[in-house]
Design a protein around this ligand. Structure first.
Ligand SMILES: [Fe+2]
Length: 240
């Protein structure tokens, strides 16, 4: 994709590995036609705000933020799960102190959001939003509820496979990466234009978490492992 910096400004660029990330405009995923740029991108000079945030400060993100099952007076409906993994760079090195955020529907497939009005119940004990910082080994860990599938308006009888949305922030607010994690064995994945917009089968498989006994807590919660690789040959496919 052509990127034109302002005259006289030299910006470092990163080569995006071809075939890893979904195209900006993917006809089967209808809303991409509305948001894919039709003109060459314009690079804006980074100013202080763009290169110094997010400045979270000590204690801004607490361990409780990573437990989506404990944000209200009671326990949410559904199957409790653990989702854990590492944020890694292109060389497989851990990325510490990185803000990882997730958002998801409840067990019935309903988001707590004003535009989600489909006929499934809200859960008063589930908001569906969590965050945590990676530790010195690049690890993150969330306690949550297995999300339900939900219908969407993309095409007749369209249903999203079970998924959790992920956001990973780098050193600045402009270095945010967004992707989705899927669950192994979900038959809807083959029919999902969003997952299928990732051009390579290996890339699609990197978006599917692995069931993991080590993460599983006996008597409490099944565990899923999902590593996020920021760049390189094994990069996790990212949305725009
Ligand atoms: Fe979603």
């Amino acid at each position: 994709m052509a990127v034109h910096p302002p005259a006289g400004l030299v910006l470092p660029g990163y080569e995006r590995p071809s075939g890893v990330h979904p195209p900006l405009d993917f006809p089967d995923y209808r809303s991409t036609a509305l948001r894919a740029p039709h003109r060459p991108l314009v690079l804006l000079p980074h100013r202080l705000t763009e290169i110094t945030g997010p400045l979270l400060g000590a204690g801004r993100v607490t361990p409780a933020d990573a437990d989506l099952t404990n944000q209200h007076g009671g326990e949410p409906q559904g199957q409790r799960i653990i989702v854990a993994g590492r944020v890694l760079d292109s060389g497989g090195r851990p990325v510490p102190d990185t803000l990882v955020e997730i958002w998801q529907p409840n067990a019935a497939g309903r988001y707590r959001h004003r535009v989600d009005n489909h006929p499934a119940p809200l859960d008063p004990n589930f908001t569906g939003v969590g965050r945590c910082l990676t530790d010195s080994d690049g690890r993150y860990r969330f306690i949550t509820i297995r999300p339900g599938s939900y219908p969407w308006q993309n095409h007749p009888n369209a249903w999203r496979p079970m998924h959790i949305h992920f956001s990973v922030f780098g050193a600045g607010l402009l270095t945010r990466l967004v992707t989705q994690m899927y669950f192994p064995g979900d038959p809807l994945q083959a029919f999902d234009p969003i997952l299928q917009s990732v051009p390579d089968e290996r890339g699609r498989m990197r978006l599917v978490a692995a069931f993991d006994w080590e993460t599983t807590i006996p008597e409490q919660a099944l565990g899923y492992k999902f590593d996020i690789v920021l760049r390189g040959r094994d990069a996790t496919p990212m949305e725009k």
